[in-house]
Structures are given as C-alpha cells and as structure tokens.
Design a protein around this ligand. Structure first.
Ligand code: SAM
Length: 234
C-alpha cells in the first residue's frame, strides 16, 4: 500500500507557532524533506523530534522528485517542510504535490504559518478580495508589474527583500496617486516585528530615515481606499 505525503508549515520566526498536529506528524513520518536541513534541525531539536531529514530544495527538486515518489509508492510516509512558513508558497512544494497527485498518492496539507496572511490582516485594508503576487520580478518586468499594481482595484500583497524594498516603494510612489495607501510589515512574529501603514510617500520617508532590515511583506491598498487615521504604526 502506498504511503502518504504531508505538507507541514513551520514558524516564520516564532518557534512557538507549531501546531500540535504539525509536531505529531513530523514525529511520526518516515522522513522529513527539508529545504535546508540545518534550519529544520533547529526546529526538530526544539521539539525533540528525531525523524530523519533529507534535503529537498529548488536546486535538486527536479532531480529528486521521482525518487521520493517511488519511495512513497513503496509505502513510506514523508513530510515536506520549507525553511519557514508554508511549503509551496514562494517555496518548493508544488512539484512534489503535483507528482504525488498524478500517482494517486494521498496528500495531506496542514494549515499553519505563512507570512502574507498576518501582513494582510495587519494592514487594515479591505480583504474581501486580494491578489498574492509572491516575489515580484527583480529587474526585467518589474516596472510593468508595479504599473499593474498601481491600477489594481483590489488589495495586492507581495514579498520583497530588504535590499530592494526602498527602491520598490519609491517606484510605487511615482506610479500611484499621492494618497495611495500601503502597509509594510517586517519581522512578523519576531522580537522586532513592525508594521508601517500610510500614504506611500510617508512610508518611503520612514525607510529613508531607518534603513530596512529583516524580512518584508508589502500590502498595497486598492485605488481609492482611505484609512480613518493618517498613519498607523505598531
Ligand atoms: N513559504 C513562506 C510563507 O509561507 O510565507 C515564504 C517563503 S519566501 C522564500 C520568504 C519571504 O517571505 C521573505 O523574503 C519575506 O518576504 C517573507 N517572510 C518570511 N518570513 C517573514 C517574516 N517573519 N516577516 C515578514 N516577512 C516574512
């Protein structure tokens, strides 16, 4: 009988954000497929999980996927994790899930941490409809993408690196109406968690005065959305 594939979200900064079921699954599977085994080892040590780890990341996933599928078909049960958050969300995961489904392998996806959800909610922007853009193009296509965002009629959320965020915010400020609202969350669930929300030009000014550090999620409000207060910071 075939085994099973679990997709297990892991904390995005606060080790306490593991669910009881996530810990149980990681304890009981035959093997954990991890993006970076050293990163996952810290989590496993914290929860006294002794399960074997094997690396499975962007650079070897095409090469290893069939091997793992064969092992699951032979009866083994695996859990896939990424360095942080939910696998397959701007992380490896999609390929293994797709192949597992093709082979009628049961895939169980646990709900859990992912960075864009708390950032969206902390923005205070309407969320009846939003678009998740993952990482935006670094160079080619970036301007087209940001121009598209400037015209959007719903909330847009995307991931950005600390080295590029200021430039991205300045470009957005040039492309959008002056009062367009944006919310930038950094270091979610960590000690220096911070969310800056307000008109783009104010948020640009904030990061010109305080160099961006850490991990970032950007939430751009739809056109014509106004907040009650001028600027919210927390
Ligand atoms: N799979 C992850 C998820 O479910 O959110 C995303 C992985 S992606 C490779 C990493 C990016 O997610 C970071 O560059 C950053 O934009 C965002 N991110 C991850 N952890 C974060 C945190 N604690 N605070 C803010 N952004 C975070």
């Amino acid at each position: 009988m075939a085994g099973k594939l679990f997709i297990v979200p892991t904390p995005i900064g606060n080790l306490g954000d593991m669910t009881i079921r996530a810990i149980e699954v990681l304890k009981n599977v035959d093997k954990i497929l991890a993006e970076d085994t050293r990163t996952t080892k810290v989590l496993l040590n914290h929860y006294h999980i002794l399960t074997r780890l094997e690396s499975f990341h962007l650079h070897n996933e095409h090469h290893k996927v069939q091997h793992f599928i064969n092992q699951i078909l032979d009866g083994l049960t695996f859990a896939q994790v990424s360095d942080a958050g939910t696998p397959a969300i701007s992380d490896p995961g999609y390929l293994l899930v797709r192949e597992a489904l093709k082979h009628d392998i049961q895939v169980e996806v646990l709900p859990g941490p992912t960075a864009f959800v708390p950032a969206l909610i902390k923005s205070g922007f309407p969320l009846h409809k939003f678009i998740f853009e993952g990482f935006i193009p670094a160079k080619k296509g970036k301007l087209t993408k940001l121009t598209e965002f400037a015209e959007a009629n719903c909330t847009i959320v995307f991931y950005e690196s600390p080295h590029k965020i200021l430039k991205t915010l300045i470009s957005l400020a040039e492309l959008c109406e002056p009062n367009r609202l944006i919310s930038v969350s950094r270091e979610l669930t960590k000690k220096f968690e911070e969310t800056i929300t307000g008109p783009i030009s104010d948020v640009v000014l904030h990061f010109q005065n305080k160099a961006p550090k850490g991990e970032f999620v950007v939430v751009l409000a739809a056109k014509n959305i106004e907040l009650k207060s001028d600027e919210i910071e927390n």
